[in-house]
Design a binder for this molecule. Structure first.
Ligand SMILES: [Zn+2]
Length: 265
């Protein structure tokens, strides 16, 4: 079985699936290959020593997933996952992360679609908003049944909470061929974790938790001191429908001048 070396860049909030109770979409960059998706991975059930973090190198045996037509999808042998060193830090303005990730930058969502890609990274020209919309608060009865069924087998597992809101970035690509604004759902695991932590901290005050999520994911990650990129991926069922899987947000390399010097004549 081929052996892959992957720098993990993306982990999505777990979803309930028909075949494997809950799943996390993990993706990253593999030298020479570019973006790869490891799927399925039952991340929360991996032994602790195999629970990789973002920006950590892993080695894994994996084959192209025969049930997935997307070229980037690999079916990992979960038992073979091994972590290589500590996650890459953010020293020197994310220099090492930039060196590995940014060579795979695509011009736009439109370009990725044209090229038949299912994963990539794009740099928005402008992030206009982070929309927040209420969605179903509970799992469907089918999903609950699936979760319940598996819970019987794993007594020490934590129940998976459902996010009662969906968050969507509204942005334009930095490409003259961009067809207009995109409104893409954010699937980043960290957003879900932040939301639930904030709900807990504010004793159930959901508007306060949403405000905190917007503050972090819009004002900080997409703020003027950050160079913002989105890791994006599409879904197997709807290749034209893209999701934001995570944010790459190194500090801006060029500081804007504080004041302009005028030529005196
Ligand atoms: Zn676009």
């Amino acid at each position: 079985m081929p052996h892959l070396r992957v720098l993990i860049t993306v982990k999505t909030y777990p979803v309930v699936s028909e075949r494997y109770d809950e799943l996390v979409c993990t993706a990253g960059v593999s030298p020479g290959l570019g973006f790869v998706r490891l799927y399925p991975v039952r991340f929360r059930y991996l032994p602790y020593g195999q629970q990789y973090r973002k920006y950590q190198w892993i080695e894994v045996d994996a084959v192209r997933n025969p049930k997935d037509s997307r070229e980037e999808t690999y079916l990992p042998d979960s038992e073979s996952i091994s972590l290589v060193g500590r996650p890459i830090d953010t020293a020197n303005g994310w220099a090492e992360r930039r060196r590995i990730v940014l060579p795979w930058l695509s011009q736009s969502i439109e370009r990725l679609t044209e090229q038949g890609r299912s994963l990539g990274i794009v740099k928005p020209a402008e992030v206009l908003d982070l929309k927040c919309t209420p969605v179903a608060r509970d799992w469907s009865s089918k999903d609950r049944e699936r979760l319940h069924q598996y819970m019987l087998f794993g007594p020490d597992r934590k129940p998976l909470q459902k996010l009662p809101y969906k968050f969507q970035y509204v942005f334009r690509c930095d490409d003259y061929n961009c067809k207009g604004t995109h409104t893409l759902m954010v699937e980043d695991w960290e957003l879900g974790v932040l939301y639930f932590n904030m709900v807990e901290e504010s004793q159930g005050n959901e508007p306060a938790a949403i405000a905190k999520v917007r503050e972090k994911f819009l004002d900080v990650l997409c703020g003027p001191t950050r160079e913002t990129y989105f890791f994006v991926g599409n879904t197997l069922a709807y290749p034209n429908s893209w999701l934001v899987l995570g944010v790459f947000w190194p500090p801006t390399t060029q500081q804007r001048p504080l004041c302009l010097t005028h030529n005196s004549h």
